[in-house]
Design a protein around this ligand. Structure first.
Ligand code: ZN
Length: 239
């Protein structure tokens, strides 16, 4: 299966404190661990690429799109958003990571505010598996710890998920629905909270396994053509 890992990768993600953790950008780290799985071929794309990295040609060869964005959400054009949303509705899988809760495709697909409260205090988070038996939790323990992460807290401005797969507790006392699934027409969508850019979260073995599992879960069973309705329906029975 073909995966595209998209990252805004602007100057904010090239600064020293991020580059120390992800020297080639976190999209390359994510693609590297995805490519260790023999069933996955992962490529990367960034905002500065032609057509913002997400041309029709790229999307033609994308079964699952992984999205990381933070401070440049507003620079993603309406045309790019439309191409992505259209592909998800036609079957492409979509994984939104961390601050992608405020990305334009996330808000469009969910029809939501994405509101939450946050705290950058490098605090400990304990992530609980809330949906044992779900394909995304295969091989994932009942709970695991990330020593240093940004805190995201409820209330989370999303529609009721198809399933809440993970719930996180943070050292400061907050809780958050940190792994949630949705179905948008033909496409499967997963949001996963960990992954602040100055924390080594995507080097964490269990986090990597969750993302690999999520990509496999989101692989389309079928992809369909354009969803417009060019023809009025003819009756199948005598009227
Ligand atoms: Zn963050």
């Amino acid at each position: 299966m073909n995966v595209t890992v998209w990252n805004e990768y602007g100057d904010a993600q090239k600064r020293r404190e991020v580059a120390d953790v992800y020297p080639r950008g976190l999209h390359e780290t994510i693609a590297d661990f995805l490519n260790r799985d023999p069933d996955i071929q992962a490529k990367t794309a960034v905002l500065a690429n032609p057509e913002q990295g997400l041309s029709e040609a790229v999307l033609d060869h994308t079964d699952v799109l992984v999205w990381w964005g933070h401070v440049y959400h507003h620079e993603v054009s309406d045309e790019t958003v439309q191409r992505v949303v259209d592909r998800v509705q036609r079957g492409m899988g979509m994984i939104f990571l961390h601050s992608a809760h405020k990305s334009k495709p996330f808000l469009r697909l969910l029809g939501a505010s994405g509101r939450l409260s946050w705290r950058e205090a490098n605090e400990k988070t304990r992530i609980w598996t809330a949906a044992s038996g779900h394909p995304i939790t295969r091989g994932i323990p009942e709970q695991f710890v990330i020593d240093h992460e940004e805190m995201y807290s409820e209330p989370f401005g999303i529609p009721e998920p198809l399933q809440t797969v993970f719930i996180s507790w943070f050292q400061g006392g907050n809780v958050f629905r940190s792994g949630v699934t949705f179905k948008k027409e033909y496409g499967k969508v997963f949001y996963f909270q960990p992954g602040h850019e100055t924390n080594p979260t995507y080097h964490h073995e269990i986090v990597q396994k969750v993302i690999v599992n999520a990509v496999k879960w989101a692989e389309p069973v079928i992809k369909v053509g354009p969803l417009d309705c060019p023809n009025a329906a003819q009756p199948l029975e005598k009227l």
